[in-house]
Write a protein that binds this ligand. Structure first.
Ligand code: NAI
Length: 352
């Protein structure tokens, strides 16, 4: 996967993966908003997951991999992964294949979205390539299975450095490593040791550690106490859904998977089979993931315009989807965000 140089004069090619379930609905909303933001992109649409199984009999078609290698960047919808059966997660496969080691999920309160908390503003940084997600499971004997948790110092240092560099760049003040090293003394102990070592290179950023169970309790009682959360893969998966619940749910939290040579942008949520195909999905998480993609490509002002327009629509409260207490459809809230987009800047000014 290579990070092609982006040029303001020619539209950048981006892989587009509509995905399964509500994926096509929310991804087409995100594309519509990006197109109205004034940024010119070319989309290379590719199938993955169940959609690809249905069309070409393979959840990870070669064309998808070729496209990702060529573009180095993708906007992706969720992919179905069956529970306890079927093929291994395609998300995990893509993250490992392209070494997208850092999963970043900004979790922020929105005015107009009613939750028990105000002013939540934290970022989940999740290690994306190892831990129990390595998928090393086997049956020792009937009734006894073993699942191996892999933690390496290389990946732990790399994700800790990513979290601290992110904190430094974004002017954030504290990184909290979340762990269970009281029980998993070797694996989580190694993760913590690496985080501590890396923290010494960032003296201006406070470093803190919390055991994952206590951190969950604190997150649902005093979420404003957190800034950047640094977690292994599995804790990061669980805690990021918990954090989404603090600010209005899975419909509003975007995400990105970064590597040194490319990135895939996708919402935290899954395929939402209970509402798929009904036009009810909240597209905001996908739209804000699209804004993160624009940031990555250097279109900072367009990304800000999308975030501002989304904030305005949420604050007005007139056009909210069902998950946020309203009755608007995916299409209606997308149109409202497009209508709220401020006038475009020129392409050159946009990249300033
Ligand atoms: P889910 O996130 O799909 O749904 C959980 C609940 O949140 C459901 O009630 C759903 O209706 C609601 N929800 C999620 N997104 C929403 C949105 N944009 N607007 C309104 N409501 C929304 O999680 P679940 O049910 O555990 O997983 C379903 C499938 O998605 C599974 O196959 C799972 O493996 C897959 N999945 C894929 C992910 C990815 O591709 N990145 C991430 C998480 C799950």
């Amino acid at each position: 996967m290579k990070k092609a140089p982006s040029s303001p004069d020619s539209a950048r090619l981006v892989t587009l993966i509509p995905g399964d379930g509500i994926g096509p609905e929310v991804i087409s909303a995100a594309v519509a908003v990006i197109e109205k933001s004034g940024v010119r992109l070319r989309w290379d649409e590719q199938l993955a997951g169940m959609a690809a199984v249905r069309h070409v009999g393979n959840p990870v078609p070669d064309a998808l991999i070729k496209s990702l290698r060529r573009t180095g960047v993708a906007l992706k919808g969720p992919l179905e992964t069956r529970v306890g059966e079927g093929y291994r997660s395609i998300n995990v496969y893509l993250r490992k294949t392209f070494n997208l080691y850092a999963n970043l999920r900004p979790v922020q309160s929105f005015k107009g979205v009613h939750t028990p908390f105000r002013d939540v503003n934290l970022v989940v940084v999740r290690e994306n390539t190892e831990d129990l997600y390595a998928g090393l499971e086997h049956e020792i004997t009937p009734g006894v299975v073993e699942s191996i948790k892999v933690i390496t110092s290389r990946a732990s240092r790399r994700i800790a450095r990513f979290a601290f560099e992110y904190a430094r760049r974004e002017g954030r003040s504290c990184v909290t490593a979340i762990h269970k090293a009281n029980i998993m003394k070797l694996s989580d102990g190694l993760f913590l040791k690496c985080a501590r070592e890396v923290s010494s290179d960032f003296p201006e950023i406070r470093y803190d550690e919390q055991i994952v169970d206590a951190a969950c309790m604190r997150l649902v009682s005093d979420p404003q106490a957190f800034d950047v959360l640094l977690l292994e893969n599995l804790y990061g998966d669980i805690v990021s859904d918990l954090c989404a619940g603090l600010v209005g749910g899975l419909g509003v939290v975007p995400g990105a998977n970064y590597g040194d040579k490319g990135a895939i942008f996708e919402a935290v949520h899954g395929t939402a089979p209970d509402i798929a195909g009904k036009g009810l999905a909240n597209p905001i998480a996908a739209i804000l993931s699209g804004a993160m993609l624009l940031e990555y490509l250097g279109h900072h002002q367009a990304a800000r315009r999308i975030r501002d327009a989304t904030g305005m629509v949420l604050q007005s409260g007139e056009t909210l989807t069902r998950d946020l207490g309203g009755s608007a459809t995916t299409r209606q809230i997308t149109d409202a965000i497009i209508a709220a987009l401020p006038a475009r800047a020129s392409s050159a000014a946009d990249r300033a």
